[in-house]
Design a binder for this molecule. Structure first.
Ligand code: NAD
Length: 435
């Protein structure tokens, strides 16, 4: 925070406020946090206006020949929210709930997230409205390639670097990389991260987001004077983030008493056998039919009496409705935006320590950054080095946010936004407005 961003008489202006829908609108929910931090920073109105607008939003129609011989047309989006600090960085999700508003919010989140862990990236995000569970591998590949071709001008190692997100994985990233490479006429591994290790991916990337959640949860336990051994944890979502976080936290000595996915949840007071649950999902593609605990609903899982609640599925699952019933002492936000703005104050009043998404799940983008660095340098690190450097960044970032939250007497989320906004704003101020 070297450059002073304060102007004595400034008031925050909100020229675009009315364009957005309501509190549950994901972009507005994220921006209400942004506004609070901007106000506390006394952010200059010009910079505020710049940071409140996405740089570029593209929507493409994606015609695809389905296996039955019929043409289907899907809709895809890519948003580059801010690239002041470096190339846009952010995942691609395939989901029926994808909307431009959601992609825009997720792209902004990425801008703040990269800044909170001090990576030289801006924020971007993409998504295709589709149901990958109902599609064949061939259909998925064709959707991926045509979507990539549709947004090809936006992409590039120095422009915009996608990664996996909900319902996309290393296989999908390999297709994106191949499609891009075919268009530019040379193999360009650094155009995406989260690739298979055999083709320029980084060791430790697959586990990085869950591992990062484990590191910050461990730091929060330390901060609250709670022993790791025997700490009870409930995890919502048992995909990449949730299952790895559950596995690593149980290896650390925590007892994972609840897990869930889109098919429902399971509770076991003595602790769920996480490797068995992971094996079940590998075989059946979901937790449905898992025998290692009593069946509970996703709502019940969120309200379990546990030390740590780790939402790692979708947005808006902790709202003003269920926040009064949450009994966890720590919430580690593995997912992006699991808590609505309305729930924030209720959780704060109840003394629940929230590790905000932009910090808690930044492990993935941190190792994505390592992957991009390795691809560009053509020299690859061993897994131990990756994990050690990840730990260093996550712990340092946790400490930086904690220190700011104590200094300004604000919750961890506000402090995280203050740290990242001040970093992005500083670069804007240094670069000036091009015209
Ligand atoms: P994933 O597709 O691997 O897993 C998602 C999980 O959530 C699945 O188990 C799914 O069944 C479950 N789920 C879906 N709808 C649900 C519902 N209504 N109720 C309960 N569970 C439900 O996705 P992921 O990569 O693990 O991502 C999860 C969250 O973490 C997303 O919010 C994503 O944006 C965020 N995130 C992911 C990464 C990453 O590196 N993968 C990085 C940062 C943030």
């Amino acid at each position: 925070m070297a450059t002073d961003l304060r102007l004595p008489t400034n008031k925050i202006v909100r020229p675009d406020k009315d364009r957005f829908l309501n509190e549950e609108n994901p972009f507005e929910a994220m921006m209400s946090r942004f506004d609070r931090a901007a106000e506390l920073l006394d952010l200059e109105p010009g910079i505020y206006k710049v940071l409140r607008h996405p740089e570029k939003q593209v929507t493409v129609s994606i015609p695809v020949m389905m296996d039955n011989g019929e043409v289907e047309v899907f809709t895809g989006h890519r948003v580059q929210y801010n690239t002041a600090r470096g190339p846009a960085k952010g995942g691609i999700r395939f989901d029926m709930n994808v909307s431009l508003e959601e992609v825009k919010a997720l792209a902004a989140w990425m801008a703040w997230k990269c800044a909170v862990v001090n990576l030289p990236f801006g924020g971007g995000k993409g998504g295709v409205v589709c149901d990958p569970l109902k599609m064949s591998v061939g259909e998925l590949e064709r959707v991926t390639r045509r979507y990539t071709a549709g947004i090809i001008q936006m992409l590039g190692p120095d422009r915009d670097v996608p990664a996996p997100d909900v319902n996309t994985n290393e296989r999908v990233m390999a297709w994106v990389m191949d499609t891009y490479s075919m268009h530019v006429g040379q193999t360009t591994t650094a155009v995406v991260t989260g690739k298979p290790v055999e083709m320029g991916g980084s060791l430790g990337r697959r586990e990085a987001t869950g591992r990062g959640c484990m590191f910050v949860t461990r730091e929060a336990l330390k901060q609250l004077g709670m022993p790791v051994q025997g700490t009870t944890v409930a995890v919502q979502g048992f995909g990449n983030v949730g299952s790895i976080a559950a596995e690593l936290l149980s290896q650390l000595g925590c007892t994972i008493v609840g897990i869930s996915d889109r098919t429902g949840g399971y509770y076991n007071k003595k602790g769920i056998d996480i490797p068995a649950a992971i094996a079940h999902v590998k075989q059946h593609r979901s937790l449905e039919g898992f025998k290692g605990g009593d069946a509970i609903s996703n709502e019940e899982l969120l309200e379990l009496e546990v030390d740590v609640l780790l939402p790692a599925a979708l947005e808006n699952v902790i709202t003003s409705k269920n926040a009064p019933k949450i009994r966890a002492k720590i919430i580690c936000e593995g997912a992006n935006g699991p808590t609505t703005a309305g729930a924030d104050s209720i959780l704060a009043e109840r003394g629940i320590f929230v590790i905000p998404d932009i910090l808690a799940n930044a492990g993935g983008v941190t190792v994505s950054y390592f992957e991009w660095v390795q691809d560009r340098g053509g020299y690859f690190w061993d897994e131990k080095t990756v994990n050690q450097r990840l730990e260093q960044i996550m712990v340092q970032s946790f400490e930086a946010v904690l220190a700011l939250s104590k200094q300004h007497k604000v919750d961890m989320r506000t402090a995280a936004y203050m740290l990242s906004i001040s970093r992005v704003a500083t670069v804007h101020k240094l670069r000036g407005i091009y015209a």
